[in-house]
Design a protein around this ligand. Structure first.
Ligand code: LMR
Length: 329
């Protein structure tokens, strides 16, 4: 018996007509935009499996991958309205709703995987999740796709100047547009499910993404150059509709939290492994010219993007900026 929500739990508008918990089975629709064979896709499935196990089937998580239900930006609205109960949007999509989330998309914000993890588990992760109350969401975890790399058809991108005249697809983020435009690129925002076609048809020359997204959506088949820049971090906020969450019994909430904790620990290692494995597959399965940056080139990129930090200080807020500067040291 899941139901029976205690009187101190406020009944929010969106779910007024439903009796979550009195049904035999509570269904959580979890919508996302990437392929199943990705860190996010597999983490969503693992979470579904663990919820099933821990709640003994009283809660069922239905996973809808590949933008089957919603692409960006509609997935956010679908969550807020309660058309789905869970999504895991990448950080750029979050910053369009809550601008201080831009802190996670600053260029070279994280120099190591561990630094990103420290941010998620520490002050930054906590402060950003606190803001979700305002937008009818609850943050359950931070997941990772991996570091972002640059791909293009127009020419190898090895130094900041190579971006001049390139037309890049960007995720939904004014910050990411500003980062590339600062270095002379033209940008066009495009939902993830349109990127392959955009690259293939030449609407855009290139894009930035994690290796697992480049592999699973076959971007590498329609690109000539890939540079391992690691210039940004593609991560996800794993979110639940707040009104829905508050209607779950404390017991179910605990089981879901436990399932999420285990999933997240597993997903962290799985993402690293998948990026390594799929990078090897890209090398085997493509004609792509792959470049790495020299230490000197890396410093050039960091120097070129430095003006973004003071420019976005007031949008992001000093507390978050101070913490990201500490993590970058
Ligand atoms: C993209 O739009 O390229 C990514 O944010 C997709 C994703 O969710 O990993």
């Amino acid at each position: 018996f899941i139901g029976f929500y205690p009187s101190f739990v406020q009944t929010p508008a969106v779910y007024d007509d439903e009796q979550i918990g009195f049904d035999e089975q509570t269904v959580i629709k979890f919508s996302h935009v990437v392929a199943e064979n990705t860190p996010k896709g597999l983490a969503a499935q693992e979470f579904a499996r663990l919820v099933q196990e821990k709640t003994k089937g009283r809660v069922k998580v239905e996973v809808y991958p590949n933008s089957i239900l919603y692409a960006e930006p509609d997935e956010i609205e679908a969550l807020q309205k309660g058309n789905v109960q869970m999504i895991a949007p990448s950080f750029p999509n979050m910053s369009e709703v809550l601008p201080s989330w831009m802190v996670l998309d600053l260029p070279y914000a994280f120099l190591t995987q561990e630094a990103a993890q420290e941010a998620f588990e520490g002050k930054i992760g906590k402060l950003l999740f606190e803001q979700l109350n305002q937008v009818n969401m609850v943050g359950l975890a931070y997941w990772s796709s991996g570091f972002k790399q640059l791909t293009s058809n127009k020419g190898p991108i090895l130094q900041p100047d190579d971006l001049k005249g390139q037309h890049l697809r960007t995720m939904r983020s004014t910050l990411l547009d500003a980062e590339f435009q600062l270095l002379g690129a033209k940008t066009t925002q495009m939902p993830f499910n349109l990127v392959y076609r955009g690259l293939e048809s030449g609407t855009v020359d290139g894009e930035e993404n994690s290796i697992t997204n480049i592999y699973s959506k076959k971007f590498f088949k329609v690109q000539k150059y890939l540079t391992l820049t690691n210039h940004g971090y593609l991560g996800y906020a794993v979110l639940m509709n707040r009104s829905f969450w508050q209607k779950l019994s404390p017991e179910i909430q605990l089981q879901i939290q436990q399932a999420m904790k285990e999933t997240t620990a597993w997903a962290y290692h799985n993402a690293i492994q998948m990026n390594d494995e799929q990078f090897e597959k890209i090398k085997l399965e493509s004609q792509l010219q792959i470049n790495s940056l020299t230490t000197e080139q890396l410093s050039e990129w960091m120097r070129a993007w430095e003006p973004i930090y003071p420019q976005y200080e007031s949008v992001i807020g000093t507390e978050l900026m101070d913490e990201i500067r500490r993590l970058r040291k």
